[in-house]
Design a protein around this ligand. Structure first.
Ligand code: TXA
Ligand code: MG
Length: 355
C-alpha cells in the first residue's frame, strides 16, 4: 500500500488547498479566519488592514493596548515589518524559524499602530504548520493573529475549541486537527542588547541561551514586572493579566503531598472536584479509594513535559465542562523543561491558597 505522507507545503491535498484558497479570499475581503499553527489556533486578519485588525480586538474582547503577533511566511519581506534585525534576532530566526518562537523587534513605521497597541515594537513569528504557511503564502502579506479564544480564556488547540469560543463571530475556521505543541510560542524581546524571554514556551530558556552563547533572563509570570527591554513602555509582560489562560471554574495548583492529605476532606465535604494529576501515587490513590464511590472527575497527565503541554488545554477545557466546581492540578516537577507549563498553570490558577 502506498504511504500517505503528512501534508507539507506545496503538497496539500486538493481539498485542503481549496480550503486554504477560500480562507485566503476571506482574508483579502478583510474578514477573520481561524488558522491552525503548531502551537495553538490563531485568529488571523490581514495585518495591513486596520479595520480587519480592529475586528480581532472586538471579537476577542481584547483591550486595544494588548499587541498582536504578526505571522509571516518567510524572512523575505521582514524589513517591511521591522526596521532592524539585530544579530541576536538573526541567529534565533535561523535556528528556530519556522517554529514556536516569537521575536519582539523594532516596528516599521508603515505597520498600522493598531497591530502593536501603539507600541514601537512588533512581535513577529514564522509558524511551522503547513496550513498556516500555505495561507500566508496565498495572501502574500503578514497575518496579525492572537490565539483564537475569548480574551483571558484557554487557547484553542482544536478547531472545535475555536468553534465553541468564537464560532458565531468569525468567518471561517481552517481545520488542521490538533495542534502539535499545544501551548503558545516562546516570546523573546530582541530590542535591547541583551535578549529577554517575555513568555516561556516549548523552546526553552536553555535552548535560547545555548543558541546565542549568552545567559538569558526569563520574566516570570509571578513577578509583576515591566518589560525591561523597553523601558519607555508601560506594557506588562505578555499575558500577565490575572485571568489569563483560565478555565471558568476556580483552579488551584497543589503539591502532591497536599493533594493526598486534603483530598479525603474535600471529598467528604461533597465538593465536586476535577483533578489533573501526574504522579502514580495520586493516580493509584484515586483508583483505589474514590473513583467508584464519589462524583469525582480526574485525569492522569503524561509525565513528559512536551506531551503534557500537547494535551493540557484540551484537558482543562474538558474538565471545565464537567460538573466539577473546583479544579485541582498537581504541581508538575520544578525542573526547567516544565517552566512554560508552570507559567501557564500559574496564570490560570487562583492566586491564593485553597486551605
Ligand atoms: O503561539 C503563539 O504565540 C500564538 C499563535 C497563534 O501564534 N499566538 C498567541 O498570541 O499566543 P496572543 O496574542 O494570544 O499572545 C501574544 C502575546 C500577548 O500577550 C501580547 O501581549 C504579546 O504577545 N505581545 C505582542 N506584541 C508584543 C510586543 N510588541 N511586545 C511585547 N509583547 C508583545
Ligand atoms: Mg492568547
Amino acid at each position: 500500500m502506498a504511504e500517505i505522507a503528512e501534508p507539507t507545503l506545496g503538497s496539500l491535498s486538493t481539498q485542503l488547498e481549496a480550503q486554504v484558497q477560500l480562507a485566503a479570499e476571506f482574508i483579502r475581503q478583510g474578514k477573520l479566519v481561524a488558522m491552525p499553527t503548531e502551537t495553538v489556533y490563531g485568529l488571523a486578519a490581514d495585518a495591513k488592514n486596520e479595520k480587519a485588525v480592529q475586528k480581532i480586538f472586538e471579537v476577542k474582547g481584547r483591550p486595544a493596548t494588548n499587541p498582536l503577533i504578526v505571522h509571516l511566511a518567510d524572512l523575505s519581506h521582514i524589513l517591511e515589518w521591522v526596521t532592524l534585525m539585530p544579530e541576536t534576532a538573526v541567529i534565533l530566526a535561523k535556528r528556530f524559524w519556522p517554529g514556536a518562537l516569537t521575536l519582539v523587534l523594532p516596528k516599521h513605521p508603515s505597520v498600522p499602530d493598531i497591530v502593536t497597541g501603539g507600541q514601537q515594537t512588533i512581535a513577529i513569528r514564522i509558524p511551522n504548520h503547513p496550513l498556516a504557511l500555505a495561507l500566508l503564502q496565498a495572501v502574500d502579506t503578514g497575518l496579525a493573529a492572537p490565539s483564537a479564544n475569548r480574551y483571558g480564556h484557554i487557547s484553542p488547540t482544536l478547531a472545535q475549541h475555536v468553534e465553541a469560543d468564537l464560532g458565531t463571530r468569525i468567518d471561517y475556521i481552517l481545520d488542521g486537527g490538533a495542534c502539535d505543541i499545544g501551548i503558545e510560542s516562546t516570546i523573546v524581546s530582541c530590542v535591547s542588547d541583551i535578549p529577554v524571554i517575555l513568555r516561556e514556551g516549548s523552546i526553552t530558556r536553555a535552548e535560547i541561551a545555548e543558541t546565542l552563547g549568552l545567559s538569558v533572563t526569563a520574566l516570570k509570570a509571578s513577578d509583576p514586572v515591566i518589560d525591561p527591554a523597553d523601558l519607555s513602555s508601560t506594557l506588562k509582560m505578555p499575558g500577565s493579566d490575572h485571568s489569563h489562560y483560565a478555565p471558568s471554574k476556580p483552579l488551584y495548583l497543589l503539591d502532591t503531598n497536599l493533594i493526598l492529605e486534603k483530598l479525603p476532606l474535600l471529598i467528604e465535604q461533597k465538593a465536586q472536584l476535577g483533578l489533573l494529576c501526574i504522579s502514580t501515587s495520586i493516580t493509584r490513590y484515586c483508583t483505589d479509594n474514590f473513583l467508584k464511590h464519589f462524583n469525582f472527575i480526574w485525569a492522569s497527565m503524561p509525565c513528559d513535559p512536551k506531551e503534557y503541554a500537547r494535551t493540557l488545554y484540551e484537558k482543562l477545557r474538558s474538565l471545565d465542562q464537567t460538573d466539577a466546581e473546583i479544579l485541582l492540578i498537581e504541581t508538575p516537577p520544578q525542573t526547567s523543561e516544565w517552566a512554560a507549563i508552570h507559567d501557564r498553570l500559574w496564570r490560570a490558577s487562583q492566586k491564593k491558597s485553597l486551605f
